[in-house]
Design a protein around this ligand. Structure first.
Ligand SMILES: *Cc1c(COP(=O)(O)O)cnc(C)c1O
Length: 457
């Protein structure tokens, strides 16, 4: 066994020396010192002590990785509109100014201005959400997963612990989030019915009994099934469950608040109002998927149930903060005013005509003419993303970049680590930037980023 050479240990620089040599770093000094200490400590544990340059490089690399991990804006060139890794829905200008207005000041969050007494937290938002969803009543919690937890906690009691759910809907939705696991973690007992591809009303009926707390329908996300596939229409399921006085809840996932077929020319995404009209007791859906608002879980349905949910002790742990409420309030009002195609970026991006994208692409290519990169404008396809409408694609326009000296993989790393970072996709030896997911106000920054990367080649 070899022991570290004590004289080599003496060659390890002091924290102050490293700090001085680093020069200006855009991080709090305490953080820089902490990173240096850890790095030097790990070197001290090693048998071979690296040279000073290598030590400095390692420290710089750690600091730069840390810097990059800060939440920062990025330009989304992926062509996936609702991209969970990129923060899902960008907020519209009204939502953003609501954040500043309410976040930077006091507000009447829980004050009834007329009586001067304590008031409800989200009276206005809940009222207008109910109008928008065509429901008796509505509320919001932290996200759709939280909505499911709360709903299951409410309906599934010790003597009625069962959630009846189709085997075709026991799905995983990105990021290791599995519907069956969240149901079980909420204390429910799964009563799986049917098969992966086919579940009939009779399957549900046979499973519904004295121990059933609720029947749950989950809108399939991230994938679609084709061929020998069957699931009962929600109306039939509601009729069957009603006979046994068992509540039906539908987790719509993204929850479209516009007719995606009529307004966007893609397939129809079920709307909360449709499920509620069909008689389900509650629907839940995410605020930051197709709705295009803040992270939230919307619950809409029967007034009696929504009130009970709000009285559940867990509600307090799952409720939204004032920023989410303020932002959702602006988003909901944009829909109610019929202004979603201009005020809700997700909807604007999905509805912008290809011609407009073509113009922007041509302008960017022209502005980046001096770039050493080969830039061309091509047609492409955008996806909705966020587990919404997995089959639906929209025509789009992409900028294709190619370098004579760098691989597409290298180019895309340079774009991602630039300022602001640009997230693109790779196809063969080209990097592709879909303009449908680039906000129009970012065209200039995108042009600058392309020019900057070109200079490195
Ligand atoms: C996305 C999704 C969820 C989770 O929503 P979050 O708001 O991310 O918690 C739940 N159910 C379905 C069907 C979904 O698509």
């Amino acid at each position: 066994m070899k022991f570290p050479d004590p004289s080599a240990k003496r060659a390890i620089p002091a924290v102050d020396a490293v700090l001085n040599e680093l020069g200006d770093i855009n991080l709090p000094r305490r953080v820089v010192v902490n990173v240096i200490r850890r790095e030097l400590a790990s070197i001290r544990r090693k048998q071979a002590v690296p040279g000073r340059e290598l030590i400095m490089d390692q420290v710089r690399q750690r600091l730069s990785r840390l810097m990059q991990s800060r939440i920062q804006r990025v330009i989304n060139g992926t062509g996936t509109v609702i991209h969970t890794n990129l923060g899902r829905a960008p907020l519209g200008p009204e939502s953003v100014s609501a954040l500043a207005e309410i976040g930077g000041r006091y507000s009447n969050l829980e004050l009834n201005l007329e009586s001067g007494k304590r008031g409800g937290r989200a009276v206005y938002l809940e009222h207008n959400l109910a109008v928008l969803c065509g429901s008796d009543s509505a509320t919001v919690v932290n996200n759709c997963a939280a909505a499911l937890v709360l709903i299951v906690k409410h309906y599934c009691t010790d003597d009625r612990p069962d959630v009846v759910i189709s085997r075709g809907e026991l799905i995983q939705i990105g990021g290791g989030f599995r519907i069956p696991e969240i149901l079980e973690a909420s204390g429910a007992r799964l009563r799986e019915v049917g098969t992966t591809n086919r579940t009939t009303v009779q399957d549900y009926v046979r499973a519904m009994g004295a121990s059933t707390g609720l029947v749950l329908r989950v809108h399939r996300s991230n994938f679609f099934m084709e061929g020998f596939v069957e699931a009962p229409p929600i109306r039939e399921l509601v009729t069957a469950a009603r006979k046994k006085r068992i509540p039906v809840v539908e987790d719509l996932g993204s929850g479209a608040l516009i007719h995606t077929d009529r307004a966007l020319g893609i397939e129809h995404e079920p709307m909360p109002s449709e499920s509620l009209q069909a008689g389900v007791d509650l629907v839940c859906f995410s605020g930051d998927k197709l709705m295009g608002g803040a992270q939230a879980g919307v619950i809409a349905g029967k007034g009696r149930v929504v009130s009970a949910l709000k009285k559940h002790p867990l509600y307090r742990a799952l409720r939204c903060d004032k920023l989410a409420l303020a932002s959702m309030q602006a988003c909901v009002d944009a829909y109610l005013a019929g202004e979603e195609d201009t005020a809700v970026p997700v909807i604007s991006m999905l509805s912008v005509p290809v011609d407009a994208l073509q113009c922007r692409a041509d302008a960017i290519r022209e502005a980046a003419e001096k770039s050493t990169l080969d830039i061309s404008v091509r047609s492409g396809t955008t996806r909705v993303g966020g587990g919404t409408l997995p089959r639906a694609t929209m025509d789009s326009i992409v900028l294709e970049l190619r370098s004579a000296t760098r691989s597409a993989a290298e180019l895309s790393v340079q774009l991602r680590t630039g300022s602001p970072p640009v997230v693109a996709t790779i196809s063969g030896n080209r990097v592709r930037i879909d303009l449908r997911t680039v906000l129009p106000a970012e065209d200039e920054a995108l042009t600058a980023a392309i020019l900057a990367v070109g200079q490195m080649c």
